[in-house]
Design a protein around this ligand. Structure first.
Ligand SMILES: [Fe+2]
Ligand SMILES: [Fe+2]
Length: 175
């Protein structure tokens, strides 16, 4: 287990930034654990409900991995509100409010909201994994990289769901 950076010349401001970004995504993941069941309930098709439920269990693992990363670098796991993800979650709630229950249009909207969240996560984990490498936190880099791959997988699945029928169904839906 690596507890100290290999690079002794490491800039402490860079490490502080790394920790801040970890706190940001830790807040977002924990919030996502609360939001995903609501999105799954609101979704129309079983396919989308299943995908969101599956991502909920992955997201719980992402929270645990972040706690491991904090421990690996000798920091307490702390969450700092992420305004960007808070906005994305809010947008998701608005979409549910503005669409009819049981409509394909609602699923189109939920996929949009969920993919925006996934892309934010992909950007953050991609950056964090690279920084962990730079800072010499090999084990943390592996953990962050595992989550990164799962976020990419979730994003791809959402694209497939959109393309497999809900977008088309929504285009044929009565107004
Ligand atoms: Fe995640
Ligand atoms: Fe995710």
């Amino acid at each position: 287990m690596e507890t100290a950076p290999l690079n002794t010349a490491t800039n402490s401001k860079l490490k502080a930034f790394f920790i801040e970004q970890l706190q940001d995504i830790y807040w977002a993941e924990r919030k996502f654990v609360k939001k995903l069941p609501k999105l799954a309930d609101a979704a129309t098709t079983q396919q989308l409900k299943d995908a969101l439920a599956n991502h909920l269990s992955q997201t719980k693992t992402h929270v645990e991995r972040l706690e491991k990363v904090f421990a690996l670098i000798g920091e307490k796991a702390e969450a700092k509100k992420c305004p960007a993800m808070a906005g994305i979650f809010e947008e998701g709630e608005d979409i549910v409010d503005e669409t009819d229950e049981g409509s394909a249009q609602r699923d189109v909207g939920i996929v949009f909201a969920a993919q925006k969240a996934e892309h934010y996560e992909i950007a953050t984990y991609g950056g964090l994994a690279q920084l962990a490498k730079t800072l010499g936190y090999g084990e943390a880099k592996d953990l962050l990289g595992q989550t990164l791959e799962e976020e990419k997988g979730a994003d791809l699945l959402l694209t497939q769901i959109a393309e497999s029928g809900i977008n088309y169904q929504a285009s044929r839906e009565k107004e």
